[in-house]
Design a protein around this ligand. Structure first.
Ligand code: THU
Length: 161
């Protein structure tokens, strides 16, 4: 028997200006996308921006539904659009930003478990890591180098073969 520890690198930015210009641009797209979120039930508006290897930026935001589980998170709206329209172009990074009509979101918006699984699928498919940039409305910004870092031991297609 042995015990293993899993570690990963998390970059913590104290403010927006510490990001590279490419990262700033992507986060600006996520922040702008969240303004168009359809979130009448939670009033929690999330924006996601996906950077493709060809330089294209795809945005999405959360789309809620009166039948709550029928809604979809911002991250999946964006990555599914990318998968549907640019199936052969690898995804380099995704930026996420959230705001609320009820309080100031001052901590980075981390993707939910379902979104981690969905994004992980593309990482396995393209055999290249997808960087994750997370922020709230204000406060620190976090960066992970790969979805596999924050979804270790993920279920993937290798189990089905
Ligand atoms: N939401 C996202 O869009 N992304 C996440 O990763 C977490 C949650 C949305 C879903 C719902 O519309 C609202 O935030 C509150 O959960």
């Amino acid at each position: 028997m042995k015990k293993q520890k899993i570690a990963f690198e998390l970059t913590v930015f104290e403010n927006f200006h510490e990001l590279s210009s490419e990262e700033q641009n992507l986060m600006t797209s996520a922040r702008s996308a969240r303004k168009k979120a359809y979130a009448p039930y939670s009033s929690f508006q999330v924006g996601a921006a996906v950077l493709l290897e060809n330089g294209e930026i795809i945005t999405g935001n959360n789309q809620e539904n009166a039948s709550y589980p029928s809604g979809l998170c911002a991250e999946r709206v964006a990555v599914f659009y990318a998968g549907a329209n640019f199936p052969n172009v690898p995804i380099k990074a995704i930026a996420i930003s959230a705001t609320s009509k009820h309080h100031v979101v001052d901590q980075p918006a981390a993707p939910c478990g379902n979104c981690r699984q969905a994004i992980s699928e593309y990482e396995v498919k393209q055999k290249q890591p997808i960087k994750i940039l997370m922020m709230g409305e204000t406060g620190q910004i976090l960066k992970c180098n790969a979805m596999s870092d924050i979804l270790p031991l993920a279920f993937n297609s290798t189990y089905l073969n």
